[in-house]
Design a binder for this molecule. Structure first.
Ligand SMILES: C[S@@+](CC[C@H](N)C(=O)[O-])C[C@H]1O[C@@H](n2cnc3c(N)ncnc32)[C@H](O)[C@@H]1O
Length: 203
């Protein structure tokens, strides 16, 4: 809880936060993405899964005086809940939560359920935060994020993958590196593991 309280204080979110013990991203992961957002000052953050991370990144964009977060959320009630917090803090200008139900499609010879992509921005993504879909849905649940979004990323885009200590996420990172050999990877020892990838020349 200490990490969340410290983030709450740093971002002046004194009217409650959408924290859920088993589902919110770890405080140490959020601190990494908050620091990155405040220092890189991205124009466009794409996020896979909404909640506490959306609220905190939206606040960072407000503090930066620029940028916005587009958050893909497959659960309608979770999307509504996140929107309620965004509204409570008057951050509507800095975040859009998109209800994007998971759809099945083939990718690299396997079938994945992943967010409906028709509302994903077509280009200009400077920061990609991946904390969904949930791992129990399928093997390599978060794999589609990079192949689907790659051509939409800006040069130098940083990708932050939560839960990167899990074997499934380690395999996903290895698959991404095999498919995109120029992508650089750094692993940070957080409570659940954080992989940070940098994309030099997408498209
Ligand atoms: C690991 S959660 C992370 C959400 C967000 N990034 C955060 O840090 O708050 C990923 C997904 O789990 C789902 N989820 C959230 N709360 C849930 C709950 N209480 N039970 C089942 N699924 C939940 C939502 O669809 C959400 O997008």
């Amino acid at each position: 809880m200490e990490e969340y309280e410290s983030l709450q204080a740093q971002l002046e979110l004194n009217d409650g936060i959408p924290y859920t013990p088993d589902w919110s991203a770890g405080g140490d992961f959020i601190q990494i993405i908050v620091d990155a957002c405040l220092s890189a000052r991205p124009s466009l953050v794409l996020e896979c899964s909404s909640g506490l991370t959306t609220l905190m990144l939206a606040r960072c964009c407000q503090m930066n005086g620029r940028g916005r977060v587009v958050s893909l959320e497959d659960g309608e009630q979770y999307a509504d809940n996140t929107r309620a917090y965004i509204d409570r803090y008057g951050l509507g200008r800095y975040a859009s939560v998109i209800h994007a139900p998971l759809r099945r499609s083939m990718l690299d010879g396997a079938e994945y359920a992943w967010y409906a992509i028709d509302k994903i921005p077509e280009k200009g993504i400077d920061m990609l935060v991946i904390d969904g879909p949930s791992g129990f849905i399928q093997k390599h649940s978060r794999y589609p994020a990079l192949p689907v979004c790659y051509s939409r990323l800006s040069e130098g885009c940083r990708i932050y993958l939560d839960d990167a200590a899990r074997p499934d996420e380690r395999e996903i990172v290895a698959l991404w590196q095999a498919r995109y050999p120029t992508v650089r990877h750094e692993y940070r020892e957080t409570s659940r593991g954080c992989s940070i990838l940098t994309v030099e020349y997408p498209g």
